[in-house]
Design a protein around this ligand. Structure first.
Ligand SMILES: C[S@@+](CC[C@H](N)C(=O)[O-])C[C@H]1O[C@@H](n2cnc3c(N)ncnc32)[C@H](O)[C@@H]1O
Length: 277
């Protein structure tokens, strides 16, 4: 079992804050040890001090940073997590969008951003919700941008292959099963008709500007702001304000709220916000 000293932990903590905007509390020491033990073993070193020196001197610093980011980020997610958000889309936002479309050009396309998409369950759930709505209504065209800073989970998201037993109660109990094909070994694969609606890209929300071409109708930023420092949260929320259409909606995670940002966002329902204009 490896140990981490306070100075070693503080150095890693500062680095993680600088590159990701993530604040690691002292209670995360055990987590850091468990996530980096295999790395120390792989490098044949015994202390975190040696690992820190290695990060400074290694031949491929960019690759090592990517590895560090992939180890430190928490990627827990599931299909139709926080189901109320998908109900709100079906009952409120999609009918609204359809009304707007009637008044505007027929080619209007809904733009959605899943900004911390992890292994893909979130953007796929969004796409399935719209497809389901489209079965019973005049079709809404849409495109989803799905981004995350962790390259490993992004690869999983792009593959779109999951353990059937982990699909969760909403897929099992509902009509969404039809959006998957069975593959071998108890696995199930998202159909291309859903996959083709989504572009997956790496994006660190810490970046000063985000390389997005068009403003968004919906932004999902769920269960990641809880890890951010207040400064990072403020940066991200200001950027979302810029990238969200005036009529747009922002979804946050169940334990996140924007009460400190009343000048930017108006409360719609628990964890659902629109822009203050
Ligand atoms: C707990 S998961 C949440 C996934 C999904 N949004 C959900 O609610 O189920 C948090 C995700 O945020 C990503 N993340 C952490 N820091 C980030 C950053 N600075 N920029 C972009 N993504 C980040 C992690 O890699 C992880 O996949």
């Amino acid at each position: 079992m490896y140990q981490i000293t306070d100075p070693e932990f503080n150095t890693l903590k500062e680095l993680v804050l600088k590159i990701l905007g993530i604040r690691l509390s002292d209670s995360k020491k055990v987590l850091v040890i468990s996530r980096f033990s295999s790395k120390l073993r792989e490098l044949g070193i015994n202390t975190f001090q040696e690992y820190i020196s290695y990060l400074k001197e290694c031949a491929e610093p960019a690759r090592e940073m990517e590895d560090l980011i992939n180890r430190i980020t928490t990627n827990e997610t599931s299909f139709f997590r926080e189901f109320k958000h998908f109900e709100y889309m079906t009952n409120v936002l999609l009918p609204q969008m359809q009304n707007e479309k009637k008044n505007l050009s027929d080619t209007k396309e809904m733009r959605i951003w899943s900004s911390a998409c992890s292994s893909g369950e979130e953007p796929y759930s969004i796409a399935m919700t719209i497809n389901e709505y489209n079965e019973n209504n005049p079709s809404i065209k849409y495109k989803i941008l799905a981004t995350d800073v962790n390259t490993e989970v992004l690869e999983e998201a792009y593959r779109g292959i999951y353990d059937e037993k982990n699909l969760g109660k909403h897929v099992h109990a509902n009509k969404y099963y039809k959006y998957f094909d069975r593959v071998s070994g108890g696995k199930i694969k998202v159909k291309d008709s859903i996959k083709n609606k989504i572009s997956f890209r790496r994006l660190n929300l810490m970046e000063k500007r985000y390389p997005l071409k068009e403003p968004m109708d919906l932004i999902f930023c769920r269960n990641v702001m809880i890890y951010f420092s207040e400064e990072m949260k403020s940066h991200v929320l200001k950027m979302f304000y810029e990238y969200l259409k005036d009529t747009g909606t922002l979804f946050v995670g169940h334990s996140e709220n924007l009460f400190m940002y009343k000048d930017l966002y108006q409360f719609r329902q628990n964890t659902i916000y629109s822009k203050v204009l």
